[in-house]
Design a protein around this ligand. Structure first.
Ligand code: PEP
Length: 227
């Protein structure tokens, strides 16, 4: 079964030339579905079979300075959009806003990659984690057809820290999300590398990965998408 491997480039690289060079160095593999999510300013100039955005607004058009709409993304042939990343929640994004974004993305047939996990710490047990996730998912998915939504479980303490969650923990959480919310695909994200990716992909209910830092290193990301 093909896995969905999503590269979140965040605010990198700093020139279009470097972004195009990075995209050109990523394999076009049939083994898994690889998605590149460059900064939005590069989306129209990057060539790769599957592109995603890192965020969007919930209105299609109008007086919304600085925003990017799902309709604009659709017109650029963008197929996926990350929503609710912890780095956006940290600067004030709410679950209510995430819910609006999901609705508009689905209207435009863009697959949302909904990130959850904000607020967890390495010490928390599975029950505490599921409590936090319940609080997020119940609002994020309110009135939404959850079936096309991809959920990325990302423990905040694992993002960009070099400390990944245990694959068995991620598997348990993936089962919880699928059983409770009619979600078909769950990804794991948080310090995924070429060295640990296989352990997550071996889990039955982990359908792919959301990769930050390692997606900026072609050698590492090419290995991950070829597993
Ligand atoms: C992320 O960007 O969602 C992420 C998980 O980053 P990293 O792989 O660097 O931890």
């Amino acid at each position: 079964m093909k896995k969905l491997i999503v590269a979140n480039w965040k605010l990198n690289p700093t020139t279009l030339k470097d972004a195009q060079k990075l995209a050109a160095s990523i394999k076009r593999t049939a083994k898994n579905t690889a998605v590149l999510c460059p900064p939005a300013v590069y989306l129209s100039a990057i060539k790769y079979p599957n592109l995603g955005a890192q965020d969007c607004f919930w209105q299609e058009r109008g007086a919304f300075t600085g925003q990017i709409s799902p309709l604009q993304l659709k017109n650029l042939k963008v197929k996926y959009c990350i929503v609710g990343h912890s780095e956006r929640r940290t600067v004030g994004e709410t679950d209510g806003q995430i819910n609006f974004k999901l609705r508009t993305l689905l209207e435009h047939k863009i697959i949302p990659i909904l990130c959850v996990g904000y607020g967890t710490t390495v010490e928390q047990d599975d029950l505490e984690v599921t409590d936090v996730l319940r609080g997020q998912l119940e609002i994020d998915l309110q009135g939404v057809d959850a079936a096309p939504v991809v959920v990325a479980y990302e423990p905040v303490w694992a993002i960009g820290t070099g400390q990944n969650a245990m694959p068995e923990h991620a598997e348990k959480i993936a089962i919880f999300i699928k059983n409770r919310y009619n979600i078909k695909k769950v990804l794991y994200g948080g310090s995924v590398t070429n060295a640990n990716a296989a352990q997550f992909l071996e889990q039955r209910n982990i359908d792919g990965l959301l990769v930050g830092g390692a997606s900026l290193v072609p050698l590492y990301f090419n290995q991950i998408i070829s597993i």
